[in-house]
Each structure stands twice: as structure tokens, then as C-alpha cells.
Design a protein around this ligand. Structure first.
Ligand code: G1P
Length: 297
């Protein structure tokens, strides 16, 4: 029997230097797409996939992120008194159950693999999910839920995957494809940030994972890999040889790289247009902008 995945790790210790000066005082994960912090998108996706325990791997300067999950009792009371029911609902939907959240500190920025490993005692002997909040995925069925359903068939280790332009593959973990069953791919190799000529394919790892506790054990002994960092990709790749149970999952949905400014802006446009209350005005503005640009050319 495959065990249910009820725990998720959110590595949120990064400095967010690409968004300086904003990230001088706000954690990157609190930056907002329309009106919701990036972290809220990740939490909602995890909840939809059946996650009950949320483990944040944080670092210095992430206090605002921890505060974000406190219940805002005073604010709730004010909205209740003012009968602002819709806003009250929006606010209450962000409330987390007591004891559902844990924070672990990553003391040194040694890489994604190390960040995940910091949560080992809270994971114990269970399968677990990892969500990278920079990767925002708009999908009818949330990406992690799609993966949980696929995992019910395969078990083992599963990474979200997406075809990227070959010239961009070096920015990702890249899969060497074994058997290709369309949405599910058996993985026979995995390389973190390969040199362009060494990329085994253009099927890239995107920041959603379902992993076995064996990956945590591999991280116990993991040496630094690409970029001198301890890589999660390398710890997963070891399971290909040890257990032959690593799968890629081509998810249905649109992924935005909110770790880059261009990606963040694209996500803002897409999520803004998707809001019924903003759509018309925003679409009109974007139309005008395109015309103005054309005229200027
Ligand atoms: C991380 C992972 C990489 C993955 C990527 C997806 O890299 O190490 O394997 O492809 O996330 O966003 P990062 O973007 O943190 O350099």
C-alpha cells in the first residue's frame, strides 16, 4: 500500500537577491501576485492535494513570513463588526489549524538539498512533498493534486516536469527519459544545471516533488554538486540506481517563474486578467499599451 502524502516542505530560506531592494525588508515569498502573497498560492495548492502538515524551512529575516500565518483576530473582529463578509471570508481562508505549521531554520545557505534535509526529523519515515514557491502554476486541477493522483499509480519518487526551450535547459534539473508514457515518464537519469551540450533532454524539473524517505537518507551523505551546493536533484537521482522508482510528471497547467522579474510580471498579468473584477479594465489597458508600443516602433 502506498502511504498518503500529508506533509509538505516549503524551502523559503533564500535571500531573494534578484528582487532587491524589495527583499531588504520583505521576504520574497510575501511578495504579491495581485493581492495574494506567493506563499498563499503554494499553501492553497498543497491543501488541495491533501497536505495536512506544512513545514517551512526559513532563515534570518523571514519573520514577516511567520507572522503571515498568525490569525488576525483584531482584523477579523473589525471586519465582522463592519459586516464586510466577503473580505472576512478571504481573510479566514488563510487561517491555518493550530499545530499544522512548523518552522525549521536553515543556518547556512548550502543549497536546496540541504534546506530539505533540515526538515528530516519532522518527516521521519513518511513520503513527503516539496513545493518551491517561486514556481507558480496556474491549473484547473492544482499541479500537486495531479501528481498525488499519478503517484497513487506509481508510488516512488515523482518530480513535476515541463519541456523548456533547449537553450534554457541549463537553468534547471533535467531528466534523462526512459520509458515515456506521456504524462508519466520513467526517469533513467537526472542532472542539475547541465552544460548545454550535456543536457540529456529538454524535459526540466519544475518545483513540485513527491519523495520517499530514502531521498532524505541520501541527503545525509550528500556532497556538494552543481554550483557548489547540496542538490536535491542528486539525492533523487541516487534512487534511480538504488530503487529504479523515479518518475517525471508532465503536469497540465501554465507555470510562471516568479523567481525572475520577467516571470513575476507575466504572472501578474495572467492572474490579474483571470480576476473577474479586474479583467475588463486591465484588458483594455493592456490593449492600449500594445497599440502605444506599436505606434512608437
Ligand atoms: C531548483 C532545482 C532545479 C529545478 C528548479 C525549478 O533550481 O534545483 O532542479 O529545475 O528549481 O524551478 P533553482 O531554480 O532553485 O536554481
Amino acid at each position: 500500500m502506498k502511504r498518503k502524502v500529508t506533509k509538505a516542505i516549503f524551502p523559503v530560506a533564500g535571500l531573494g537577491t534578484r528582487f532587491l531592494p524589495a527583499t531588504k525588508s520583505i521576504p520574497k515569498e510575501i511578495m504579491t501576485l495581485v493581492d495574494r502573497p506567493l506563499i498563499q498560492y503554494a499553501i492553497d495548492e498543497a491543501r488541495a492535494a491533501g497536505i495536512k502538515e506544512f513545514i517551512f524551512v526559513t532563515s534570518r529575516g523571514k519573520g514577516a513570513l511567520e507572522d503571515y500565518f498568525d490569525h488576525a483576530n483584531e482584523l477579523e473582529a473589525t471586519l465582522k463588526r463592519a459586516k464586510k463578509t466577503s473580505l472576512l471570508k478571504t481573510l479566514q481562508a488563510t487561517n491555518m489549524d493550530s499545530g499544522a505549521i512548523a518552522y525549521i531554520r536553515q543556518h547556512k545557505a548550502l543549497g536546496l538539498g540541504h534546506a530539505v534535509w533540515c526538515a528530516r526529523r519532522l518527516i521521519g519515515d513518511e513520503p513527503f512533498a516539496v513545493i518551491l514557491t517561486d514556481d507558480v502554476i496556474a491549473a484547473e486541477k492544482p499541479c500537486l493534486k495531479q501528481m498525488v493522483e499519478a503517484y497513487a499509480e506509481t508510488g516512488g519518487n515523482m518530480v513535476a516536469a515541463m519541456e523548456v526551450p533547449p537553450a534554457k535547459a541549463s537553468a534547471y534539473g533535467v531528466l534523462d527519459i526512459g520509458e515515456d508514457m506521456r504524462s508519466i515518464v520513467k526517469v533513467k537519469g537526472m542532472v542539475e544545471k547541465p552544460k548545454p551540450e550535456e543536457a540529456p533532454s529538454n524535459l526540466a524539473v519544475i518545483g513540485r516533488y513527491i519523495l520517499t524517505p530514502a531521498v532524505m537518507e541520501n541527503l545525509n551523505r550528500m556532497k556538494a554538486g552543481a554550483g557548489g551546493e547540496i542538490q536535491l536533484t542528486d539525492a533523487i537521482a541516487q534512487e534511480i540506481t538504488k530503487s529504479n522508482n523515479v518518475y517525471g510528471y508532465r503536469f497540465r497547467g501554465q507555470r510562471f517563474d516568479c523567481g525572475s522579474k520577467a516571470g513575476f510580471l507575466q504572472a501578474t498579468v495572467a492572474f490579474g486578467l483571470a480576476r473577474p473584477e479586474l479583467h475588463d479594465e486591465f484588458a483594455e489597458f493592456l490593449g492600449e499599451m500594445t497599440q502605444i508600443r506599436k505606434a512608437a516602433e
